[in-house]
Ligand binder design. Structure first.
Ligand code: PLP
Length: 396
């Protein structure tokens, strides 16, 4: 009998925006995925940092089923309990440095909403420029693309939104020059505490402190895109808690929902400039996704869970160090469970890994990203490390 993959490839009804691997997954459990031919894969992509608790987690299933039986969607014309409870825990987890939450459905939408907040703040304060980092990634809508510092994503679409200025990431001298040139006219600075898609590159301490200092002294908004690195992935619930800098706005998605589509914009007093009618979303913050997100957030934000992530990071890095000593990789980097290997040819490694039933994802031509579920066990990490080593040896 014809399997699902063959059918999918024949119909070709889906727009060809992705270079998809020739596999169709039908079920998963924990860090494992099964395809429609009975093959089992180790999943170190986690739906691109989404499945915080792995596939088919009991936490997710229970919350999903319980809420689905009550009410799934009502719109934002009315209040719903899971949304209020989720907002409360997210603010509490920020140590109350953030104050308000707007719920949307994805990372791009969170950035898009944050852009509107910043533009309104700019209008009200006579500041029109938005700064963003080279090599960054903030999403695919016209707004999010306008502050995404990668030509390959921006180029095909012509004119984007005006007054967005890019700065070389981690280049303090260049940053100082730009801040001086536009002094007093910058509404907001957008930054990923650790660039994910751009190659798993942590922001330098001197750089982020200069950004923070400018935003503070010149009343600009500091926006952290924590879509990929937030929601516990760096070993603290918010990434900003790992680097000791407090932003005015935080954008969240991916691990926030652990598999259901949800995004969030969190803002402090200074940045909370939306009033009634300024922004909206039909689905945003619906009871179903918020109930799941609440259960996931309660699970991944405990002290013990966050501490365990730091132990897992060390275990992965010990394995990578051994691979480096063997000459299998050039270097390794990352924080928490947002990890990366520096290799000669990332596509070759990802493809070889796929042949060997290990799912990895590249982040540029020479970087392979490793995004395990946050509840990956010590034994599973050993299996993954052995598999990665095997794959790297086959690539030589
Ligand atoms: C840092 C960052 N921001 C924004 C986005 C866009 O999120 P989404 O794909 O959910 O729209 C991504 C997606 O990879 C991301 O990594």
């Amino acid at each position: 009998m014809e399997n699902l993959l063959t059918k999918t490839m024949q119909t070709k009804n889906v727009m060809a925006t992705y270079a998809r691997k020739e596999v169709c997954f039908i079920e998963g459990k924990g860090m494992w995925l099964m395809d429609d031919r009975g093959n089992r894969y180790m999943d170190m992509v986690s739906g691109v940092a989404v499945n915080a608790l792995g596939h088919s987690s009991e936490v997710v299933l229970e919350a999903l089923q319980k809420q689905a039986k009550k009410v799934m969607h009502i719109s934002n014309l009315y209040w719903n309990e899971p949304q209020m409870a989720l907002a409360e825990i997210l603010i509490e987890l920020s140590g109350d440095v953030l104050k308000d939450v707007f719920f949307c459905n994805s990372g791009t939408e969170a950035l898009e909403g944050a852009l509107k907040l910043c533009k309104k703040y700019g209008q009200e304060n006579g500041k029109k420029y938005l700064l963003y980092m080279d090599n960054s990634f903030h999403g695919r809508t016209i707004g999010a693309l306008s502050i995404t510092g990668q030509e390959k994503y921006q180029m095909p679409f012509g004119a984007l939104i005006p007054d967005c200025i890019s700065v070389p990431f981690n280049d303090l001298q260049a940053l100082t020059q730009v801040l001086e040139a536009y002094k007093g006219q910058i509404a907001a600075i957008f930054i990923e505490p650790i660039q994910g898609e751009g190659g798993v590159i942590e922001v330098r301490e001197d750089f982020i402190h200069a950004v923070e200092q400018y935003c503070h002294s010149e009343s600009a908004l500091l926006v952290f895109d924590e879509v990929q690195c937030g929601a516990a992935r760096m070993g603290t619930y918010y990434a900003f808690q790992s680097i000791g800098v407090i932003p005015d706005i935080v954008c969240m998605a991916k691990g926030l929902g652990g598999g259901v589509p949800i995004g969030a914009i969190l803002s402090n007093e200074k940045a909370s400039v939306f009033s009634k009618g300024d922004h909206g979303s039909t689905y945003g913050g619906n009871p179903l996704v918020c109930a799941v997100s609440l259960a996931v957030t309660q699970t991944i934000s405990t002290f013990a869970f966050l501490e365990a992530i730091k132990v897992k990071e060390i275990k992965f890095k010990m394995g990578f160090k051994a691979m480096e000593a063997l000459g299998l990789i050039k270097a390794y980097r990352g924080k928490g469970l947002l990890l990366a290997l520096s290799v000669e040819d990332s596509n070759k490694v990802v493809e070889m890994a796929f042949q060997e039933k290990l799912l990895l994802i590249s982040a540029g031509a020479e970087t392979v990203r490793i995004l395990p579920p946050l509840n990956v066990t010590g034994e599973e990490i050993e299996l993954v490390l052995a598999k990665i080593q095997d794959v790297l040896e086959k690539c030589i």
